[in-house]
Design a protein around this ligand. Structure first.
Ligand SMILES: [Zn+2]
Length: 400
């Protein structure tokens, strides 16, 4: 565990302080601290925030660093799922290499935590999951990766998938995923009973992709909330995307959000520009835990996105029509502490005693950082500097 005196940083853009780190945790914060036996590092008066957190991505899907993937399909959701499942191996989307590239790019851009959904289906078995698990182990000192066992191709309609999820949850997956219980499986009871039973038996968290809009999405949201309540899973369930919350009449939305807050269900959003995303300030006002993710980055689904949570904060700000500095700062908070809270890491902050998972940004204020996608000066994991000026500091950390 690391000891360090980080000189000249500005927590969330406030006054310049020094941060003393002992045994990987923030031990003291104040102006002109004595160094004692601590090695020193100059923070260059950078903005200091808790490490950025991508709480919804897919490390197993990206073509990042490969030849450009020419997308000639104009497929439906089901078409994109089928194309990827049938072609990913032939295209050379190696789960070990690609998850390593994706995770390291996130770390280089200031992230310290990732929640990644990983495809599990009856064609590939656990092969993709095992590749991402190897990346997770190799990067344990660089970035924390939490894996969602994700039935991308459906659960009920592909017998054998539930058994594979079960096995993944016994072998390192911390979260069980689901997807559009009506649209994907046409069996909401079947999918959700299976997902929640797996969570209950493994003590796992739940994170369900819900693209369904309007009343269909509201129906599935209520089915998720009912099971959360019945099994006492408050604080352990996330709804990803939650497009229903951006596509219903106001009173209906408010009632759903109130119940989401009451049951401490989290929302993971991507701020997708072409979808009815939930409105951040409504969720904030209700006290809902909200995090954000880059989702798929440059994959067979689409060419967009960057493995950079500050870029994602910009997308969130633009999609939500933010103009005020305080709202831009909230977008950054969602991409930092917010994501950690979605993952159940409540102490991800700049308090004395917190783990020193930190990101230094060359910006004047949080709002400036978001609007400018400002350069990252450093990423620290448990007090260890893992990235300095865009370069990894450890010899064994190399971009494949
Ligand atoms: Zn996703």
């Amino acid at each position: 565990m690391s000891n360090l005196l980080l000189r000249n940083v500005r927590p969330w853009g406030g006054e310049t302080v020094d941060v003393a780190i002992r045994d990987g945790r923030i031990a003291e914060m104040g102006a002109n601290l004595g160094a004692g036996d601590l090695p020193q590092e100059d923070g260059g008066n950078a903005l200091l925030v808790p490490g950025l957190v991508d709480c919804h991505t897919h490390l197993d899907k990206t073509t990042w660093g490969m030849d450009w993937f020419e997308n000639t399909e104009n497929a439906t959701l089901q078409g994109r799922i089928d194309y990827e499942r049938d072609n990913r191996t032939a295209l050379g989307i190696d789960p070990d290499r690609q998850s390593m590239r994706h995770a390291l790019e996130l770390a280089r851009n200031g992230a310290t935590h990732i929640r990644s959904h990983v495809d599990i289906d009856t064609d590939h078995g656990l092969a993709i999951f095992e590749g991402v698990m190897r990346t997770r182990e190799k990067l344990a000192d660089v970035i924390e990766i939490e894996i969602v066992a994700f039935p991308q191709s459906g659960l009920v309609k592909r017998p054998g998938t539930a058994e594979l999820l079960d096995e993944a949850l016994s072998n390192g997956a911390a979260v069980v995923g689901g997807i559009d219980p009506c649209g994907m499986d046409r069996d909401p009871k079947g999918q959700l009973d299976t997902v929640f039973d797996l969570a209950d038996r493994h003590g796992a968290a739940v994170d369900i992709h819900l693209h369904e809009t309007g009343e269909l999405g509201a129906f599935d949201t209520e089915e998720i909330l009912d099971r959360t309540e019945a099994l006492g899973l408050q604080g352990k369930v996330t709804i990803s995307h939650a497009f229903a919350l951006g596509s219903l009449p106001e009173a209906r939305t408010r009632a759903l959000i109130d119940r989401i807050a009451k049951l401490d269900v989290a929302i993971a959003t991507t701020g997708s520009p072409n979808a009815s995303v939930p409105r951040l300030l409504e969720l904030k006002a209700a006290g809902v835990r909200v995090g954000a993710g880059c989702d798929g980055i440059r994959d067979t689904w689409g060419p967009w996105g960057k493995p950079d949570m500050l870029h994602r904060a910009e997308v969130l700000g633009m999609r939500n029509g933010f103009r005020r500095d305080q709202d831009l700062a909230y977008a950054l908070e969602v991409c930092s502490t917010g994501g950690a809270r979605v993952m159940g890491r409540s102490g991800h902050d700049l308090s004395i005693g917190s783990v020193a998972d930190l990101c230094l940004i060359d910006a004047m204020t949080p709002a400036h950082a978001v609007a400018a996608t400002a350069p990252r000066r450093m990423t620290l994991k448990s007090g260890q500097i893992v990235v300095r000026d865009g370069a990894f500091t450890q010899d064994n950390v190399v971009m494949p």
